[in-house]
Design a protein around this ligand. Structure first.
Ligand SMILES: *Cc1c(COP(=O)(O)O)cnc(C)c1O
Length: 498
């Protein structure tokens, strides 16, 4: 029988390009475009609203027929690339966004070239992530027995850490019995300034958001430690089972840092798990002048933080670090027959990362993180974190010197909350005025701060996690806010007269 007889009539054409030379030419053009886009970020408006026409063009019927790489590339160039959030721009100050680096483009591209799946098995990518984990242990002085995982962000990291804490409190059998079986009513404690991802986690864990006690803050927006003590006492008296304290190192509203040392002591006293949401603030640990504010961070049972914020790794990448690596693994490991561990061969490389989180298939986020550590070095990254805090101080000084502005919260790190004030304006009118200033700054592409509410008042909120920002950008921002505020007063008077 000839080999030919085994051939079937199917056309065994892969999805690879028919003409690799054409494909490569287009790919090189796209890389140049990507680099030019990052290089020129300062020259563009910070943000441009997505035009209606573009939104329409981004809606097309399910593509059954091939449009090809060129057409698809053109669509990215024309419809997507020009309309980003603007967080690569030096005057992007909204929420807490990192600003990315051009190197992220290369790392993402190389990760795609490998098309690695880091759920487990024995291949180089696994050792890259293990190295990142080891570096994170060293950064926060965690023992070798601690564990970690590169995840999408702090929301996922906190979920993993708090699931581990829950299972440790109830016993790992809770994975089978469910949380109702023991009859225990677990309670946990976070400040009222804690990020919303924490209460979401309590929902997901089946404990309910009410099980997370919201502890008031003091004048500097730190958790009120006495109120925490009383809440724990009250819960014990009521027959509840406190199991966890969640400290915030860098709150989203004001950048405040809870007194982690006291939280750690209270946790020890009551045998509770201390989790720290350090999404951006934890990395302040790298800076000599910020480390004292974070005292106690290295005592936590778990830390969640983001590489995509103050380490400027391109989105998305976060990390969970868990002191008790065994408890972490016990909380997530399940290895059915088709994922059995082997001593040798491709199914080696134990333990697998899928035993430490929710996902089985996992991309190679660790590569861009590893790259950032290596290319920039932590000293340089720490310098940029310090720079941002200096810039926040400078911006604060501009506000304090100018009678048209009012500082709305103490500045602990890199977040400055302030507002434009105008004589004769009622509280609600000032809220409207400041909200309008922020919207116009964004719409005119001048700068992109965001807003928040502090004690019921609307604040212009400037967060600087941006390695491209300069002091000059702070000067410009204040002068732009001043111009817009003055202009709005005039408009408002006109409206009042009309
Ligand atoms: C950004 C942030 C989060 C959420 O992190 P993601 O990476 O967006 O999931 C949680 N807590 C704080 C303090 C944050 O700044």
């Amino acid at each position: 029988m000839s080999n030919n007889n085994h051939k079937t009539a199917i056309e065994e054409k892969s999805l690879d390009p028919e003409n690799w030379d054409d494909f490569a030419a287009n790919a090189h053009q796209m890389l140049d475009l990507a680099l030019a886009h990052m290089k020129s970020c300062r020259d563009r408006p910070v943000w441009k609203p997505v035009p209606e026409k573009v939104k329409e063009e981004l809606q097309e019927p399910l593509p059954m027929d091939a449009q090809g790489a060129r057409k698809t590339s053109d669509d990215i160039t024309n419809l997507v690339l020009p309309y980003g959030t603007g967080n690569t721009h030096p005057k992007f100050f909204g929420w807490v966004h990192g600003s990315g680096t051009p190197s992220g483009i290369i790392a993402e591209m190389m990760a795609a070239a490998l098309n690695a799946n880091l759920g487990g098995r024995d291949h180089a990518a696994i050792y890259v992530e293990r190295q990142v984990i080891q570096w994170c242990r060293e950064m926060f002085e965690f023992p070798d027995s601690s564990s970690g995982l590169v995840v999408s962000g702090t929301s996922m990291a906190s979920l993993i850490a708090l699931k581990t804490a829950r299972d440790k409190a109830l016993g790992v059998a809770v994975r089978n019995t469910g949380i109702g079986a023991s009859g225990a009513r677990l309670t946990a404690y976070a400040s009222e300034q804690a990020h919303a991802c924490i209460s979401k986690t309590f929902d997901i864990l089946g404990l309910g958001q009410n099980a997370l006690r919201s502890i008031p803050v003091d004048a500097s927006y730190k958790m009120d430690v006495d109120a925490l003590r009383s809440a724990i006492k009250q819960d014990i008296a009521d027959g509840n089972q406190p199991f966890c304290i969640i400290g915030t190192a860098g709150s989203v509203n004001t950048g405040s840092i809870d007194d982690l040392e006291s939280l750690s002591e209270i946790a020890k006293e009551h045998g509770l798990w201390l989790h720290v949401d350090g999404a951006f603030g934890a990395l302040g640990w790298l800076c000599d002048e910020l480390r004292p504010k974070l005292k106690g961070l290295n005592q936590a049972h778990s830390i969640a933080f983001d590489f995509h914020k103050w380490m400027h790794v391109n989105y998305d990448a976060g990390f969970v670090l868990v002191r008790d690596g065994k408890a972490h693994q016990q909380s997530f490991s399940s290895r059915p027959d088709y994922l059995a561990a082997e001593e040798r061969g491709l199914a080696g490389g134990n333990p697998w990362f899928c035993e430490y989180g929710l996902e089985l298939s996992r991309g190679f986020r660790a590569l861009k993180v590893w790259w950032q550590f290596k290319e920039q070095g932590l000293t340089r990254i720490a310098e940029k974190i310090s720079d941002n805090c200096q810039q926040a101080k400078y911006l604060t000084s501009l506000i304090e010197r100018n009678s048209k502005f009012e500082l709305m919260a103490p500045v602990a790190l890199n977040i400055v909350c302030f507002r434009f004030i105008a004589a004769g304006f009622e509280a609600s009118e000032l809220d409207k005025l400041n909200k309008e200033i922020v919207i116009r700054l964004q719409e005119q592409g001048l700068a992109a701060p965001s807003t928040t509410l502090l004690q019921g008042k609307l604040a212009i909120r400037v967060n600087i996690t941006n390695h491209r920002t300069r002091m000059q950008d702070c000067d410009e921002l204040i002068s732009e806010c001043n111009d817009l505020g003055t202009q709005l007063i005039v408009e408002n008077k006109k409206i009042a007269i009309d």
